[in-house]
Ligand binder design. Structure first.
Ligand code: URA
Length: 428
């Protein structure tokens, strides 16, 4: 029987009393928890001590490295293009990855995008893409390389071998009230992105009611920590802090968001989605020294070509009709005026309650469920005109979803102040 170098209770006590954890303590705690030597209740206690007392930069860097070291590290050195990726901290109507990956690939970079599923009111990229008939999220490493080499972009699920410590720790955080700790969020996201092997990374850190970090100051702090972690690991990293006080675009929900993404790839789509997609594309390309204008790929159809090949390569049919939910309910304007406010959280929760999201891991989501928005803040609307269309397969969900929307929008004489689309930019 091997002798463990530490006792978990001593490591917990050190953080409880406000001390800096040593590199050896961190390495051991993360590894021993992944091996099952440290118990869930011990790791929970440490996570709560970290949430309450924080971690300094050295500790966060070491914790991230320790999580990476519990699994495999991918490499794309065999590709003849530079790799660049984007990660969003998640929001309502945030379908940006869908048009972004093909745009950047069409400009000559490779985008190896490992994505997640939605939990709570924020949607997940894989759930959205799975609404395309036949499309498959689970790829082996060899398949991932194949798609990347043949199309320039791949969006798929992270395999079990990537930062397994994070999978265990994230599940524990979810049930112990320890999700919203900057050191834990930053290390969770960056361990997966660094292990994914991308050479460059653009972080889209959301702020506003629909985001994890509603306070822009906290969002900036999270962005700074993540940029430092990426840079220290040799990944060229930049972060944009972007608005999530109002939903992005005009749809929230899986198939609805795919439809809107295809509109963007066809040269149309809502202005905010196009603007943010192109801003992130420019950052991703600049990091790898490609000087092309990504907007050209929307005009000349090359981004759409990559999209079609990428979807087909993963078993999807880009020409198949997208699922449409069986039931719709329309919310109309109660007076004439200007849409004054529209709360991202309210729309996100309503879409979730309609069946677009899940409340337990593993739950099946409805491809067609969600919300269409017919007028955004600042736009005029006449009394009785549609403001939202709610979609679901299960109409008994309508009352609960309508309740979430109540107080989540208003009509007045002018729009209330909203955040600028790009709030801040953080570099190393
Ligand atoms: N996404 C992650 O992967 N981890 C977090 O902690 C938060 C968002």
């Amino acid at each position: 029987m091997s002798v463990e170098p530490f006792a978990a209770v001593d490591v917990i006590g050190a953080k409880r009393d406000g001390h800096e954890l040593t590199p050896a303590q961190i390495d051991w705690m993360v590894d021993a928890y992944t091996r099952g030597v440290v118990a869930d209740e011990q790791m929970s206690a440490l996570l709560m001590a970290i949430l309450l007392n924080g971690m300094n930069r050295n500790e966060i860097t070491r914790w991230t490295t320790a999580m990476i070291n519990t699994g495999e590290r991918m490499s794309w050195s065999m590709l003849d293009r530079p790799t660049t990726d984007k990660h969003s901290t998640g929001g309502v109507g945030d379908k940006i990855t869908l048009p972004l990956a093909p745009i950047v690939a069409a400009c000559g970079a490779a985008v190896p995008q490992l994505s997640g599923r939605g939990l709570g009111h924020t949607g997940g990229t894989l759930d959205k893409l799975e609404s395309i008939p036949g499309w498959r999220a689970a790829l082996s490493n060899a398949e991932m390389l194949d798609v990347l080499q043949s199309t320039g972009a791949v969006i798929c699920a992270a395999g079990a071998g990537l930062a397994p410590a994070d999978k265990k720790i994230y599940a524990l955080r979810d049930v112990t009230g320890t999700v919203p700790a900057i050191p834990l969020i930053a290390s969770s996201i960056m361990s997966k992105k660094i292990a994914e092997g991308t050479g460059a990374l653009v972080l889209d850190v959301k702020t506003g009611s629909g985001a994890f970090m509603s306070d822009p100051k906290k969002a900036r702090e999270l962005a700074e920590v993540m940029v430092a972690l990426g840079t220290d690991a040799g990944v060229k990293t930049v972060a944009l802090v972007t608005a999530m006080d109002v939903p992005l675009g005009l749809t929230a929900g899986n198939a609805l968001e795919v439809r809107e993404s295809v509109e963007v790839l066809a040269g149309g789509g809502p202005k905010d989605v196009v603007e943010l997609t192109l801003a992130l594309a420019r950052e991703m390309l600049t990091l790898v020294g490609i000087e092309k204008d990504p907007a050209d790929t929307l005009r000349d159809g090359s981004a759409m070509d990559v999209w079609r090949r990428m979807i087909s390569a993963q078993g999807g049919n880009p020409d198949a009709p997208l699922p449409v939910a069986a039931h719709q309910e329309v919310v109309v304007a109660d007076k004439s005026g200007v849409v004054a406010s529209m709360d991202a959280l309210a729309v996100g929760v309503a879409a979730w309650r309609l069946g677009a999201g899940r409340s337990r891991q593993g739950e099946v989501v409805q491809a067609g469920a969600g919300i269409e928005i017919h007028a955004k803040p600042g736009e005029e609307i006449a009394k009785g005109s549609p403001l939202f269309t709610l979609h679901t397969e299960t109409p008994e969900r309508f009352p609960h979803a309508l309740e979430a929307l109540q107080g989540g929008w208003s009509i007045g004489e002018q729009a209330s102040a909203t955040l600028p689309l790009i709030v801040d930019r953080i570099t190393a």
